[in-house]
Design a protein around this ligand. Sequence first.
Ligand SMILES: Cc1cc2nc3c(=O)[nH]c(=O)nc-3n(C[C@H](O)[C@H](O)[C@H](O)COP(=O)(O)OP(=O)(O)OC[C@H]3O[C@@H](n4cnc5c(N)ncnc54)[C@H](O)[C@@H]3O)c2cc1C
Length: 493
Amino acid sequence: MANSTLQTDVVIIGGGGAGIPAAIEADKAGAKAIVLEAAAECGGTAAISGGGCCIVGTPLQKSQGIEDTPDLAFEDWVKWGGGAADEIWARFYLEHTLHDLYHWAETCGAKWVDMKFQEGNRVLRWHRPDNNGLGLMTALIKNAQALPNVTIMTSTKAGKLLTQDGRVCGVTATRNGETLEIRSKVVLVATGGFNSNLDMVLEHRPEFKKFKVMEGSGFGAKGEGHQMVKELGGYFTHMDCIWFYVYATPDYRDPQQRRGLVFRQVPGYIWFNQQGKRFHNESVTGGASATPALLRQNPPHAWALADTPMLAKIDVADPYYRRGDVIDRSKVEELLNNSPFIKKADSLEELGRKTGVEDINNFLAEVEDYNKCFDAGLEKEPRFGKSLKTSKKFDTPPYYAIQIFPLARKNFGGVKTDLHCRVLNKYFEPIPGLYAAGEVAGMAGGHINGKAGLEGTMLGPSIFSGRVAGAWAANEAGFGTGFIGNPNRPELD
Ligand SMILES: Cc1cc2nc3c(=O)[nH]c(=O)nc-3n(C[C@H](O)[C@H](O)[C@H](O)COP(=O)(O)OP(=O)(O)OC[C@H]3O[C@@H](n4cnc5c(N)ncnc54)[C@H](O)[C@@H]3O)c2cc1C
């Protein structure tokens, strides 16, 4: 028996990258919406993300002389997705990114500041907002908080979906030890992915059971929404398409050591395997390149070698290592000095010994070869073609070896939805009253990326599908016209 019952038009479960835009759209349509967020604050994984979004044909691209079109981006997208992308959703997203993501986010107060190259794209199209994911989400959350029809309930964890006469009609929740029932005309699940639930990762990638892999998404990405939808017969697809990164080391502060810490901004480093050999161009770090290379090693882990100046700007993608958006250097030092997965030594030989590499001569020879490239004035080292522009000789002790393992970061598969974000059952028929958007729906529609993502293709589609879902959920509840976007077709402008 619930302690209290609330009533609304649309319940949105999850106040992150998809849930907040959904609430903004529901309000715009005139529907009352309640957002349930398990954490003390909204933002989810989106707020700790790099914030990069794959967007096509933008003023920022034009200012740098880049000609990009949805057609060009679509070709890159489908090719990179290895034949597994949902082409209809990919097309729908790409056609709409300019107006319905880039300009829309600007109207909410976000600012796009620069772009970065990402593997698989023929042109720059990964757009970064000011202050990364935190900046983008702060702007969207502020908007949602100011809306008259939106109620945001933080520290409120949704439990079970409620049904009546074959329709989803609400959800149970807990808040401060109280149980609640929120009754609604429709429910939208926007609970994110499952990469902070190692058991679920291993269930879908059982071949990893014999290796160490780590949890690496936001803290709320436990797959709870997946469970809710599964109980009502939602059809899940591409669940094994998990995007792993390898530049991550175990979080030694996690008692179970399931969680990993992604570290960035160490472009000088090189990686060596347990035999003491390099195996990859370390400047190519994507999930479709570095990850398979690491997984081919025996055992499938590596050591990232750096000297002291190379670690000056290291950034650890975890809230503990930051004050807002600023790196907390003392916490980073604490990690470097205390983690059993990080070795430190005054000589390379001693470091090699501490890592336990099988052949220390291999390791020393690799470093010597690499250092010689600088004496020869080379632009790239010849073994794997790593650019030496942002690198230097290993010459300033103490030296560090950071042990790296695969880390599950993003889910490219999830619950199948139609283009209105209605959850489909195994007969590909909508489950009445149930919507899903964001990473629980493989970012959008079930599997918008396929086997690999061009980057910026997780947050962008999560926000976009959140908007689409919010508008159509409101429509089913009796408000507004559903999502009417503005495609990137200059001839229509
Ligand atoms: C460190 C990092 C960096 C990233 N950088 C990028 C990037 O630069 N570009 C990109 O495209 N993608 C990036 N991603 C991926 C991207 O951030 C996610 O795919 C995106 O945020 C998913 O949005 P979402 O709304 O589905 O999930 P989230 O943003 O995680 O929101 C889900 C919310 O649901 C809440 N929730 C879960 N269960 C419940 C429950 N039972 N009751 C109530 N609330 C619940 C969670 O607490 C959370 O707040 C990154 C991911 C990580 C981990």
